[in-house]
Design a protein around this ligand. Sequence first.
Ligand code: KG4
Ligand code: ZN
Length: 341
Amino acid sequence: MIDSEPIYILAIESSCDDTSAAILCNDKVLSNVVATQKIHEEYGGVVPELASRAHQQNIVPVVHRALTRANIDKKQLSAIAFTRGPGLMGSLLVGTSFSKSLALGLNIPLIEVNHMQAHILAHFINEENAEIPQFPFLAMTISGGHTQIVLVKDYFNMEILGETLDDAVGEAFDKSAKLLGLPYPGGPLVDKYAQLGDPRKFKFPKPKVDGLNFSFSGLKTSILYFIQKEVKNNPNFITENLNDICASIQFTIVEILIGKLKKAAKQTGIKTIAIGGGVSANSGIRRALKSSEKDYGWNTFIPKFEYCTDNAAMIGIVGYLKYKDGVFAEPSILAKARYSI
Ligand code: KG4
Ligand code: ZN
């Protein structure tokens, strides 16, 4: 490969309920288009069948918009990178099939990407004035489907040190929000109301899970019982206390996450800490992580908002890293709903 020749990657993400396409020139993002599917709001969660249909509808216009915004013609593309998994099979199939066909049509290589690796490697997107983490570092991936602490030794050498035994942290946010009558996805709304509330007003028990694993299903149940009890005494309890309830839930979740990170940092002796995934957009965890820099001497990395929730730019940076190493996928490659990093 000639170093000076720019590499243009078209990246496609369709693992859950966001259809996204991005264009990267080497490690820089030229465009990153995300179509969020509103249809799921009324169902209180992602309906897989509806997600696949919406991807089918969105994918061509989203790719077209990404190319237009980047001012790139598809004939200039060097390769196509796509999310192979993990995710919802019907959703993954849309992005996978589209990418395979377009790569075949354009006669360019195809690159498969693990969505969870991409949440971590999003930190290597070249942004002005942004530092990138040095290996080895600890990454905590916090999303609607996953909660993991990962030891990142190199770009593609990662080891899971701990993960959730039941619900993901994003689910804990979304299910708590649902109990409060908030629409899906409730995480960002809990965050919004939490900013106006008292985080110490209500106490919720923290799970006792050994090592670096997590558990969030008990928290959800204790919030359910708490709300049932309070609403029995005062039917307006939720509306009268929404900000304080959200602040208290968020405070508990952030304490659980930071507690495990402290344990992981102590166990490994690593103080370079990165977060990724939708929940890293949460203002509470962002604040807590920043203050841990002076509290514990950590060097922390928090993605830009648009690279926290699902997006194709993070798929594109993995595509670029694999392209440089000549790691391409076979045209017969299949999507993988369960796909460990
Ligand atoms: O990474 P992501 O977009 O999709 C998955 O791969 O799951 O993460 C989505 C999750 C949802 O559970 C959503 O409620 C949560 O991220 N989320 C938040 C915030 N923004 C997104 N949770 C708490 N606070 C936020 N600000
Ligand atoms: Zn994700």
